[in-house]
Each structure stands twice: as structure tokens, then as C-alpha cells.
Design a binder for this molecule. Structure first.
Ligand SMILES: Nc1ncnc2c1ncn2[C@@H]1O[C@H](COP(=O)(O)OP(=O)(O)OP(=O)(O)O)[C@@H](O)[C@H]1O
Ligand SMILES: [Mg+2]
Length: 219
């Protein structure tokens, strides 16, 4: 489904270059539930963003179902991403001046879709039916992450990438978010999750360990 080939990412900063990923090659197959682990700074977020068509690697290639995603024009890539990939950020990234329902519906815009009540249905499934008209700032942390999960699910993506989605959550909210990722996986979806937590690693069918921007262990 997704293939990284010799992916290198170097960030340029005023203090010099930082190599975040060095020659990472891997394949994610359809139906896998992959946990990406590794110490802080090992490159987990960089790898997920690169796989999500959001961050162009300095070298190497990323293919999604044989398509070279960074070979596409930017606008084409944005539509491709919205159709195929759901992303759950560690810090939610909800739009502060839109309510929860509007935040979820926003994800449908890029694919020109009318959500046909799906946004409402998802929010109901995630236990947020009573919070649809609220702004993110009025929600608890766990509710925000469930809203972000609804947004990731809206376009029925093939792949969900989740960057430490439970890192800031209490145990109940964390279990709820992981439960929804498990349901997505059981329904045939592919999941890649960056995580420090043992609960996510138990769900995973494969664990990739990163260290200093390279794969230390995979299996
Ligand atoms: N925008 C950036 N500019 C410069 N350096 C960056 C940038 N983003 C990340 N880095 C550096 O790249 C390396 C990998 O960072 P990354 O965020 O991918 O790690 P991580 O494994 O997700 O860490 P954490 O567990 O703390 O989230 C780190 O050394 C980090 O300092
Ligand atoms: Mg990170």
C-alpha cells in the first residue's frame, strides 16, 4: 500500500542542518496495524508526516499504491491526501473559530464531497453528539481528540496515520481513541501509529523501532 524508499529528511535551521531521517526504507501492507516507537527526537513525527504526503523528503521516494506522491503537483497531492489518508495529530489541530461539526465537515471540502450526514453520524459514534455546536476550546482534551478522530475518518480513508494520539489523554479517553483505531483496522483499514504506550503496541501487528532517524528493529 505504502512504500518508503531511501527516505532522508534534513531540516535546515539557523544553527545548521538536522538530519531527522536517514535512508529509511519500508513497506506498509494493506490491513497492517503498525506501531512506530523510539525515543524522543528519533524521527517518528517526521516519518509519519512524510508518509502522509505532508512533508517532502530531502531525498528518496514515497509511493502510495504505486503513485509517487511527491511527484504530483501540490494541489493534486492535497486532494489525493484528503481522499486516501486520515491524520490524527498529537495536538489535535482543530480550527479554533469553528465548532466541532464544522471542523469535521471541513475535511470533506478538499474532495468536494457533501458529507450527507456522515459528520454527524461519526460524532455520534464518538460520543460527541452533545458537543457538535461547541468550539474546540470548550471541550476537554479527550473530546478534542475524538473530534480529531472523526475528522480523520470522514472521507473513509484507506490509511490512518496517528501521531501519539493518546499522549495527552487520560486512560479512559486513550482507550476510546485506540478503540476507534481498532474498529477502523477491523473494518479493513490500515493504521500507522507513533506511540510510546504499551496499549497501542499490543494492538499492533508490527512494531518498527526508530533510533536517530533510522530503523533499528522491525517486526
Ligand atoms: N521543523 C524542524 N526544524 C528543525 N529540526 C526539526 C524540526 N522538526 C523536527 N526536528 C528535529 O528532527 C529530529 C526528529 O524529530 P521528530 O519530531 O521527527 O522526532 P519524534 O521521534 O517525533 O520525537 P517526539 O517523541 O519528541 O515527538 C529531532 O532531532 C528534532 O529536533
Ligand atoms: Mg513526535
Amino acid at each position: 500500500m505504502l512504500q518508503c524508499q531511501d527516505v532522508t529528511k534534513t531540516y535546515r535551521t539557523p544553527n545548521g542542518e538536522v538530519k531527522a531521517l536517514g535512508d529509511v526504507s519500508l513497506r506498509i501492507d494493506k490491513g497492517q496495524f503498525v506501531a512506530v516507537c523510539g525515543p524522543s527526537g528519533s524521527g517518528k513525527t517526521t516519518l509519519l508526516m512524510t508518509m502522509a504526503a505532508m512533508l517532502r523528503p530531502s531525498a528518496g521516494m514515497v509511493r502510495f499504491e504505486e503513485e509517487d506522491i511527491y511527484g504530483m503537483a501540490g494541489s493534486e497531492r492535497a486532494v489525493f491526501r484528503a481522499k486516501n489518508i486520515g491524520f490524527v495529530f498529537q495536538m489535535f489541530h482543530l480550527v479554533p473559530y469553528l465548532n466541532v461539526l464544522e471542523n469535521v465537515r471541513l475535511a470533506g471540502g478538499a474532495v468536494g464531497g457533501r458529507d450527507g450526514g456522515r459528520a454527524r453520524e461519526l460524532l455520534q459514534r464518538l460520543g460527541l453528539q452533545h458537543r457538535m455546536d461547541h468550539r474546540p476550546a470548550q471541550l476537554s482534551t479527550g473530546e478534542r481528540q475524538r473530534a480529531a478522530m472523526a475528522r480523520a475518518l470522514l472521507n473513509r480513508p484507506k490509511l490512518i496515520l496517528a501521531d501519539e494520539p493518546t499522549g495527552n489523554l487520560d486512560p479512559d479517553s486513550a482507550a476510546s481513541v485506540l478503540g476507534h483505531l481498532r474498529d477502523f483496522h477491523r473494518a479493513g483499514g490500515t493504521v500507522v501509529i507513533a506511540t510510546h504506550g504499551p496499549a497501542a503496541q499490543e494492538l499492533a501487528t508490527r512494531t518498527i523501532h526508530l533510533r536517530n532517524g533510522t530503523i533499528e528493529r522491525d517486526g
